[in-house]
Design a protein around this ligand. Structure first.
Ligand SMILES: NC(=O)c1ccc[n+]([C@@H]2O[C@H](COP(=O)([O-])OP(=O)(O)OC[C@H]3O[C@@H](n4cnc5c(N)ncnc54)[C@H](OP(=O)(O)O)[C@@H]3O)[C@@H](O)[C@H]2O)c1
Length: 269
């Protein structure tokens, strides 16, 4: 590995892409040189990919997170094609939404059973990626504090309504990761992707210790109340993080540590 190894990042204008561009500006992943691809450089599926040198790693952050989810497998297939043409190691960013949720921790070998249209589109994208790319790694990312619907879409002074669950009075529970921790973990994953040992075929990504949404809202100083009970609420999605912890140590999350991590960012880039 040399300092010249390229790290192509697609979806570079999205929330996570902008975060990485800011936090990796001074300290890019060890041994890698990021090449940021936004829709301006490549409108995936509309035109040919840009001409870039072969080899390296491709971190695929491009996707549809609201609206026409059905485009996700198509976009993923185009990026996987590109990685094949270049002989890149592909890392596709999927989601914890591929899991059904429940009392047990979701480990990477569990049968997938998404409950949302978004989750189903990410499962289809994973299948496509595996069919097209040789030896890709799929990351199943938990909720990103500040890039999620809960903290990103609200602010102090607004009344947030929270789903009721059967778990108690703290609302749904999810595996979260703070923005700085995410940037660091993705940095390590990308660097290790080209080491001989590699990073495996599937990896859950979040901080250990799932967090209740009411605790997160309290830590952020947001007013909240429960909305009327309704069907389809997933009480808990906790990711098993043993595989990630073998790769790199990740600190356990608390509601206050996640909010502190987000506050350290100032506003989202
Ligand atoms: N944020 C989270 O909490 C979270 C959690 C789990 C998994 N993920 C996954 O992580 C990835 C990145 O998430 P994010 O929050 O950064 O999503 P995002 O803000 O929606 O960004 C997705 C990016 O994909 C780009 N894109 C979509 N279609 C494209 C096309 N045809 N050509 C070129 N670019 C295209 C978008 O470009 P434009 O900006 O030009 O539209 C956007 O910049 C997604 O795959 C998401 O499913 C996110």
């Amino acid at each position: 590995m040399t300092a010249e190894t390229q790290l192509i990042v697609t979806g570079a204008q999205g929330r996570i892409g902008r975060l990485l561009r800011k936090l990796w500006a001074d300290r890019p992943p060890s041994g890698l040189s990021p090449l940021w691809l936004t829709r301006k450089e490549w409108d995936i599926g509309q035109g040919p990919p840009p001409e870039v040198p072969s080899g390296g790693v491709l971190l695929d952050l491009a996707g549809v997170t609201s609206g026409d989810f059905e485009r996700n497998p198509f976009l993923a297939s185009k990026v996987a094609d590109f990685s094949q043409q270049l002989g890149c190691k592909l890392i596709y960013v999927s989601s914890a939404a591929v899991y059904p949720g429940g009392a047990m921790d979701m480990d990477e070998d569990r049968a997938l059973a998404p409950v949302s249209a978004y989750g189903r589109s990410k499962v289809a994208a994973e299948v496509t990626v595996r069919a097209v790319a040789s030896n890709p790694t799929i990351l199943r990312l938990g909720n990103v504090a500040g890039a999620d619907a809960l903290l990103a879409g609200n602010r102090p002074g607004l009344m947030v309504t929270l789903d009721q669950t059967t778990l108690g009075n703290r609302g749904p529970v999810r595996s979260y990761i703070g923005p700085h921790v995410l940037a660091e973990v993705l940095s390590v994953i990308c660097s290790k992707a080209i080491e001989a040992k590699g990073i495996g075929h599937t990896l859950n990504v979040a901080q250990p210790h799932p967090v209740a949404m009411a605790d997160l809202l309290d830590a952020a100083g947001y007013d909240w109340s429960f909305r009327d009970p309704h069907d389809g609420v997933i009480d808990k999605v906790a990711l098993s993080l043993d595989r990630l912890q073998e790769l790199t140590p990740v600190p356990a999350a608390t509601a206050s540590s996640l909010v502190a991590d987000l506050c350290q960012l100032g506003c989202w880039p």
